[in-house]
Write a protein that binds this ligand. Sequence first.
Ligand code: PHE
Length: 347
Amino acid sequence: MKEKLEQLYQTISAEINNAATVAELEEVKNNHMSRKSELNNIRKQLKDLSIEDKKIIGALTNKISQDLQTLLDEKQEVLKTAERNEKLKSEVIDITLPGDYLPSGKMHPITKSINEIVQIFQGMGFSVIKHENSPELETEYVNFDMLNFPQDHPARDMQDTFYVQDRDNVILRSQTSGAQIREMLSHKPPIRVISPGRVFRCETVSARKHNQFHQIEGLLIDKDITFADLKGILNEFIKIYFEGARPTRLRNSFFPFTEPSCEVDVQCIMCNGKGCRVCSGSGWLEILGAGMVDVNVLKNVGLDPEEYSGFAFGMGVERMAMLKYAIDDIRLFFNNDIRFLSQFKGK
Ligand code: PHE
């Protein structure tokens, strides 16, 4: 029996040694270490031996079993590591390979400019008007009547404004100023809002004019608001937008819904006032219209002009973007030419 055990040890340990894969090793284990294995048969026969032999053979059987188990465990570890290394080697990634090109979207320059301008006014306490108070499809009543446009004002002409067919008095808004009316009708002062949006005019399209463009309207209504407040807010805006204080000038102007009214010019950012092609030699660039909200408008929305006053302003977004980024043709904003659009990075 002793020889048998030693021989078994030789055979099994050789098989363990020769196993080349984890699967092969598993087979050795199943053949020789299971209940039906020869080693286990010997274990079963131990009970028939004399006490003396039982001691010796029993101890030997245990030792051999343990040794084989140790051999098996060690070999298993070696094979597993080898197999893992092999797998890692075959899955290796070449990190020096150039990556795939993923084109990323860019912000449209008009959206970017609107965001920039809105942010500046938000920093001064203005909030963006609710969408429902600034519709693109507007009534003539809000776009003109409530804003104090007389019945025979030329802007009401079909040549200037797009009218909606079969709908009396419905137009594509020609200005964002209607938002002033809707805001004052739905909110009590103090009011401090801006309203960015698209407007439409029946224009022949050229490098300087388009039949659709964007405006940003501002409205502030409170007690004791004066023209000085308007000037202060606009100067602060210009300083931030054009990245530095610039000489500005207010020109007397007229809008039916503001009195007094003005237009604001900034010194030309291309030639610093010397006169160039962009400013048509004048040295100045017109950037917006503004004024104190007309008493008639306040009355139209049911506000007492003795109690409240305020100012409004409106600027063209395309114009602001053209000035800041030196763009000389408004049509570029609407052509969707990717070569133009991809130049604008942005938030
Ligand atoms: N709505 C005017 C325009 O389109 C601009 C403006 C707005 C002027 C607010 C004064 C006050 O030209």
